[in-house]
Design a protein around this ligand. Sequence first.
Ligand SMILES: NC(=O)c1ccc[n+]([C@@H]2O[C@H](COP(=O)([O-])OP(=O)(O)OC[C@H]3O[C@@H](n4cnc5c(N)ncnc54)[C@H](O)[C@@H]3O)[C@@H](O)[C@H]2O)c1
Length: 275
Amino acid sequence: MRVEDIKKIGIIGAGVMGTQIGELFAQKGFRVLMVDVNQDVLERSQKETEGKIFVAPSRISWHLDLREAIKDADLVVETITENLDLKIEVFAQLDKYSAKHTLLASNSSAFPITWLLNKVSEERKPKCANMHFLNPVEISQIIEITKGEYTSDETVNLLAGITRKLGKKPVILKKDTPGFIVNRMIGALQRECYAMLEEDVASVEEIDEAIRLGLWLPMGIFQLSDMIGLDVVYSSMKWMYDVFGLEYLKPPDFLKEMVERGELGMKTKKGFYTY
Ligand SMILES: NC(=O)c1ccc[n+]([C@@H]2O[C@H](COP(=O)([O-])OP(=O)(O)OC[C@H]3O[C@@H](n4cnc5c(N)ncnc54)[C@H](O)[C@@H]3O)[C@@H](O)[C@H]2O)c1
């Protein structure tokens, strides 16, 4: 397969990331099929996209039926809820219902692609990789592409070619490390900022200002956490802690409590900040 042969893109999960990823593909001329298990989410995604004139919503369709939607996709990007068991099941379905040539990519924030392939056929495994889009998708400059244990060089090259067509720079990881490069670094910054908040060193606003103006980063870590979604942040931190078992990776109790109260950041209009 050549990069030019990749025209139809299935996106599984029409939430925060799926919607933005679908819009980017459509904007660059690809045909996009958005799939979600939740009709309300599909409607919200469609409404959001149709409000953006630069996207060409006519290239996107929205579906509840995964099987029908992906049957002749050339590339499928899985971007469902960050849950390992769910993702393993979805990859099994994608393997079963997609065409022989279809590439499968996961947008997981932390799971090595190799872990998602327990129920995927041997023929498909070389066609699977992690393709980590950063939020906000429109302005981010890179996509991290991780080569798993079975990923072929051809797949990595095709995904790197697609990344360039999307106007982004591919960053290739040769090792399937949990959290990849960017999230390992964000994790380190988050742990320190959350610890400073717990130690009452400074307020959320002051710590964010120090990050922005002192470290020259475009946004503070609390702002970024609210944008990612505190449920996603908590589950990524918890998962890293469970995998490595190192005490310093333990997510703070206050973060768990915020998630339990439904304070998930921008998507619920309340997190570290109020929106
Ligand atoms: N939020 C971020 O900033 C960010 C950045 C990079 C990567 N990610 C990763 O992207 C993925 C999605 O994150 P999100 O923030 O968009 O989450 P989200 O909760 O906004 O969306 C996830 C969607 O998946 C749907 N879903 C669940 N099971 C499904 C299934 N079996 N089939 C189809 N749809 C299903 C849900 O209904 C939901 O709409 C996660 O793996 C996350 O770690 C998130």
